[in-house]
Ligand binder design. Structure first.
Ligand code: BEZ
Length: 304
């Protein structure tokens, strides 16, 4: 059995048709059917239900499909990593979601550059979801994001849980509540969610925190990015929920107050390819935890 057979089989399952799979693979249908027949002969089992329309896998076929997808993804990963190891100039490409720029990302990256003078570090802004694909294709080596997106080829390490704050105008009655407010108190307000990038994103995460509390913000609007949301709050148009680090963004009359619910946190994750055990990645973790120690940020160093 060769990887080619797995690729053919996966294409037939996903297209549910030999004709469509052959088109996708740019091969003629008879050799494709022969290859699948050879595969079934080698395994000594039937992978597809005969005569099914659209084509259905047997139970064994479904099992084989799940493992074939994993194997193909591992093969892509090995290819990307070997290319990376083979390049003479060491490069670390770091994907990140924009909101992390207001927190510790600039400091961490600067310190990491100083500690690794022979490593070229590149920062590339992209959503957490896009980071997963970019990691698998070798376009980035690590990804910093806020979402719990799982993928068999990707290892996700929780770095810390960042507290959430509510941004309000100084004339708003909440601005005197310096001890903080609960989600239930803000659900009736004019609320800005952001960004408008492809879902899931920070907006989805915030809306699910409300629904987990059985709440639905009454007047909500989605805006392109965090600066826009905060500018509109400073203009007296409403309020918004932000990660604590966004407090570095200042506008006249903009006040930040804590969100008091026990789950009012936004996680920060570092994602890497599953098989990537490079020393540069270990060094990056060390650098992050050095900054956390300096900032007295609590963390649970699991694995790295
Ligand atoms: C942080 O704020 O904890 C953080 C931000 C970006 C990368 C790593 C950590």
């Amino acid at each position: 059995m060769e990887l080619r057979h797995l690729r053919y089989f996966v294409a037939v399952v996903e297209e549910q048709s030999f004709t469509k799979a052959a088109e996708k693979l740019f091969i003629a249908q008879p050799p494709l059917s022969r290859q699948i027949q050879n595969l079934e002969n080698e395994l000594g089992i039937q992978l597809f239900e005969r005569g099914s329309r659209p084509l259905q896998t047997t139970q064994a076929g479904q099992f084989f499909y799940q493992h074939a997808v994993k194997l193909l993804s591992n093969a892509e990963e090995i290819k990307a990593m070997t290319k990376r190891v083979g390049t003479t100039d060491r490069v670390m490409r770091m994907g990140f979601v924009a909101s992390l720029l207001y927190g510790l990302l600039p400091r961490i990256t600067y310190l990491f550059r100083q500690q690794q003078p022979n490593l070229k570090v590149e920062l590339i802004e992209m959503s957490t979801k896009d980071q997963i694909q970019a990691l698998k294709e070798g376009r980035i080596d690590v990804g910093f994001g806020r979402l719990r997106i799982s993928d068999a080829a990707v290892r996700r390490v929780l770095l810390r849980e960042e507290p959430l704050m509510v941004a309000v105008h100084s004339s708003h009655p909440f601005s005197n509540k310096t001890e903080g407010v609960y989600l239930a108190e803000i659900a009736e307000e004019n609320m800005f969610f952001y960004p408008t990038t492809s879902k899931p994103n920070f907006s989805t995460q915030m809306q699910s925190i409300f629904s987990e509390h059985g709440l639905e913000p009454r007047y909500s609007k989605e805006v392109r990015e965090i600066q826009l949301a905060l500018g509109l709050v400073a203009a007296g148009e409403g309020i918004c929920v932000v990660p604590d680090s966004a407090r570095t963004i200042q506008f006249p009359h903009l006040k930040y107050i804590p969100l008091l619910d026990a789950d009012a946190f936004s996680p920060i994750f570092l994602a890497t390819r599953n098989l990537d055990e490079s020393e540069d990645i270990h060094a990056l973790f060390d650098c992050i935890y050095q900054i956390y120690d300096l900032e007295a940020i609590k963390y649970d160093r699991a694995g790295f």
